[in-house]
Design a protein around this ligand. Structure first.
Ligand code: UGA
Length: 434
């Protein structure tokens, strides 16, 4: 079985290397020549644990990377994993999906194979129907006769992309053609042991992905709302609250870590796309609007909490610890750290930043406006305030000897990774009442 994968970002590349390492015949397609050159050499242009290790095994097993769609002509399965970014008004930009669909149509026009095209990208309900029409028009072939179309959303998390690709918690297969769904179901059953499979139609599959990400965002905004209330009740501790309510099996313990708000390339974009989609249908998305609003307000809350501890931020040296939207990735897309830095720079604070992986990405944005530090000691040195934004393991080791480097040891800990009882400093942790 020959498998094509179009779009080699976190989802597409993780899938390609996992399949390649297991001996599947894989051809990965991307338009970014630099990315492709690196991949041929067994290197990735972004960091993800174990990715390069599996990539090298895949290359030995003859995984190929190319920018040419013609390579897909002999594929049995073609997975589409291109990006679906956000437009300025919050709606989803499906132009990459549409372009790729047209190209797939042109490709299969004269092909003897009847491929199954599998949409893995996050797309709003109704997109498969649009894709079907585009492919039918450009190929001159009918769905179910000349090709098949399946909606198969992806649930992997960045920083655990390989682990999640090897063992997903669920596989959702949506489509019209029972035979095609059966083939994809067999493909996944062979790939993963005992994976639960949901067999549904395309529009439900598409909606599942948004419902899933919107619910995760809702849990985070919920706990951030509770955390804010807690901060105004002396002695209340959000950690014990999250642990306790998370132990209720009806609630579940994940995504209850209060923090500076959710970031990354998925949750913020998907909640906004769902809000836009819902409004278009005439349904007022009251809850999702609040989820989004709470998330936005959390940024100002970090700034206000900083001011409470150290007064005006103007001309103060402020150390930002953590730039990536979560630990173990260099990804800074929609990272809350960037919003905080923008606000601090605007208030004429002197900002110094540290991150174990994301510094180079941040340099491209802020250039000479802020100071870049390669060690925790360097970023803390002479600072008036340190704001911990990302829960990188090395920040958990900050102790009094490090705090002595600061002008005044004042900490805003948005992830509550430090034990304030052991530290000689003014301390504010999100969700701790004082
Ligand atoms: C998210 C989903 O978790 C994946 O299931 C989904 O496949 C992916 O989006 C996607 O749509 O592609 P990801 O963006 O990698 O994955 O990141 P998450 O682990 O969900 O974290 C998102 C943000 O929420 C981070 O900024 C994180 O710090 C924050 N978060 C998460 C909290 O503030 N508290 C929590 O308890 C959990």
């Amino acid at each position: 079985m020959k498998i094509g994968i179009i779009g080699l970002g976190f989802v597409g590349l993780s899938f390609a290397v996992v399949l390649g390492s297991k001996g599947y015949q894989v051809i990965g397609i991307d338009k970014n020549k630099h990315h492709l050159d690196l991949l041929q050499q067994g290197k990735s242009s972004f960091f993800e644990k174990d990715l390069e290790k599996l990539l090298k095994i895949g290359i030995k097993n003859k995984t190929k990377f190319s920018s040419s769609f013609s390579e897909l002509k002999t594929c049995d399965l073609i997975f589409v994993t291109v990006g679906t970014p956000q437009r300025d008004n919050g709606s989803i930009d499906l132009s990459m999906i549409e372009n790729v669909s047209k190209k797939i149509g042109n490709l299969i026009k004269n092909a003897s194979k009847k491929p199954i095209i599998v949409i893995k990208s996050t797309v709003t309900p109704g997109t498969a129907e649009k894709v079907k029409k585009i492919i039918e028009k450009s190929s001159g072939k009918k769905n179910k006769l000349g090709f098949d179309l399946i909606s198969n959303p992806e649930f992997l998390r960045e920083s655990q992309a390989i682990k999640d690709t090897i063992k997903p918690h669920i596989v959702v297969i949506g489509g019209e053609n029972k035979n095609a769904k059966k083939k994809i179901s067999q493909f996944y059953k062979k790939l993963h042991d005992n994976v639960p499979i949901i067999d549904t139609n395309s529009q439900t599959a598409e909606m599942i992905k948004y419902a899933n990400n919107s619910f995760l965002a809702t849990k985070i905004s919920y706990i951030n709302q509770i955390a804010k209330i807690c901060e105004n009740v002396p002695g209340v501790n959000i950690e014990d609250i999250s642990k306790s309510i998370g132990a209720d099996p009806r609630i579940g313990n994940s995504f209850l870590n209060a923090g500076p708000g959710y970031g990354g390339s998925c949750l913020p974009k998907d909640v906004k796309a769902m809000i836009h989609f819902s409004n278009k249908l005439g349904i007022n998305p009251l809850l999702l609007d609040s989820v989004e609003k709470i998330n936005r307000e959390q940024i100002q809350h970090v700034i206000n909490s900083s001011k409470k501890l150290c007064g005006t931020l103007k001309s103060k040296k402020i150390a930002i610890l953590g730039l990536s939207f979560k630990p173990n990735t260099a990804d800074i897309r929609d990272s809350i750290s960037l919003d905080i830095i923008k606000k601090l720079v605007k208030q004429n604070a002197y900002v110094a930043v540290h991150d174990p992986k994301a510094i180079e990405n941040v340099k491209k944005i802020f250039k000479e406006k802020i100071q870049y530090c390669s060690t925790v000691s360097q970023v803390l040195d002479g600072s008036d305030l340190a704001i911990i934004m990302t829960a990188w393991a090395e920040y958990k080791k900050i102790d009094n000897s490090k705090l002595k480097l600061m002008k005044k040891p004042v900490i805003v800990d948005t992830r509550r990774i430090l034990d304030s009882n052991k530290l000689k400093c003014k301390y504010f942790g999100i969700g701790f009442g004082n």
